[in-house]
Design a protein around this ligand. Structure first.
Ligand code: SF4
Length: 372
């Protein structure tokens, strides 16, 4: 069990029961001891039984984060290419109450727009009183996406009127005990080759801080994390491993991430079953052009820096899924160009790989891919 100091008190992380406990800052020593004893968090408490986990992130209010310093990946660049693809291929919500309010309050007079049709629920049905709001689509496109693929809300009222998710994409905030990492869902951007040559992300810190303050809560990586099902490491150890990985030269990145967390990999069959289950052609993975291989490497680095591995129960399993994802993309890709690999990563972003692999030995399959 490790504790984190946060502005309004302390967070205690119990990695075995997978729980986060919070206490107010001004709790007197005696009361704090009582709290720890009552919750089985003191040194003499019997070790609890390990509870199953689905992910390694806790949802924490922004004002309760241990640090609100934003940290971006050195050398990362991004500028939206305004291709409009995300506005016609991604889920358009859930929106924040402030997004809904801003769009409703904007001056739509004379535009022919009807505010009562702006929002729907997750299934594109009329918005119920308790449902999350999503932007209504016309066909597959957001209702505000113009024929020239620009956003009508942005054009009429400026960027700040757009929903936060539109301004955020492809950035994602993941809090850690040290800072808020600003990750990127680069593999989901349809124009990644061009967009990833845009503005240095480090020059966007003011905008990023503003967007962070608009969030109610974000996912926090706790101070102790599971590298594999039976290996707990500290956040500081994880950070060292991550920065060593990010300093590697281009090439073999997903396999290197896997080897960093999977200490005793033993290759197992099962890949062919998965390929057949997904309906991919039975052919070997394609060799990529150097530029496409570099783009694939960037996608994998973005996954690591975005702390996406923590969306799974342990880092070895998450890294195994990354190895498998990169391998499947190379099987699926039509040719070895950057545009083709970009398209496959984008279209496979919604594939429920985790569910498809539920009954498979993903670590064994990844070990066999990494060894080939
Ligand atoms: S509001 Fe604008 S940026 Fe957001 S999805 Fe619609 S068209 Fe795209």
């Amino acid at each position: 069990m490790r504790a984190l100091r946060v502005p309004r008190g302390l967070l205690f992380h119990d990695p075995l029961r997978w729980r986060l406990f919070s206490t107010p800052a001004d709790l007197a020593e005696g009361k704090l001891r009582g709290f720890l004893e009552k919750n089985g968090l003191h040194a003499d408490a019997p070790a609890p039984k390990q509870q199953p986990r689905l992910r390694q992130l806790f949802w924490v209010r922004v004002e309760d984060l241990p640090s609100r310093e934003v940290r971006t990946r050195p050398g990362a660049r991004f500028a939206c290419a305004c291709c409009g693809q995300s506005c016609q291929t991604m889920k358009l919500g859930p929106l924040l109450p402030a997004d809904v309010e801003r769009l409703r309050r904007a001056d739509w007079n004379g535009t022919g727009r009807d505010r009562s049709t702006f929002f729907v629920d997750e299934h594109d049905q009329p918005l119920g009183e308790y449902s999350d709001a999503f932007l209504r689509r016309e066909g597959s496109r957001c209702q505000f996406l113009r024929d020239d693929n620009l956003c009508e809300v942005h054009a009429r009222f400026g960027a700040m009127t757009k929903p936060l998710m539109c301004r955020m994409f492809p950035y994602v905030f993941r809090a850690t005990p040290a800072a808020v990492a600003v990750g990127m869902r680069l593999g989901e951007c349809a124009s990644a080759p061009a967009a990833a040559k845009g503005l240095p992300v480090v020059e966007q810190h003011d905008d990023l801080r503003r967007m962070l303050s608009e969030h109610d809560a974000i996912g926090l990586v706790p101070p102790s994390v599971w590298a594999s099902p039976d290996r707990l490491i500290t956040w500081e150890e994880y950070e060292r491993i991550e920065s060593d990985l990010l300093a590697r030269p281009v090439g073999g990145f997903a396999a290197a991430v896997f080897r960093a967390f999977e200490t005793a990999p033993s290759p197992k069959p099962g890949l062919d079953d998965l390929v057949a289950k997904i309906g991919l052609p039975n052919r070997p993975p394609r060799k990529l052009d150097p530029e496409a291989a570099e783009l694939e490497d960037r996608f994998c680095r973005a996954v690591l820096f975005s702390k996406e591995l923590f969306l799974h129960q342990d880092l070895a399993r998450a890294a195994a899924l990354l190895v498998i994802k990169a391998h499947l993309a190379r099987i699926e890709v039509a040719d070895g160009s950057p545009a083709a690999i970009n398209q496959v990563w984008k279209t496979s972003a919604d594939r429920p790989l985790r569910d498809l692999c539920r009954d498979l030995d993903v670590r064994g399959i990844a070990a066999s891919i990494a060894a080939s």
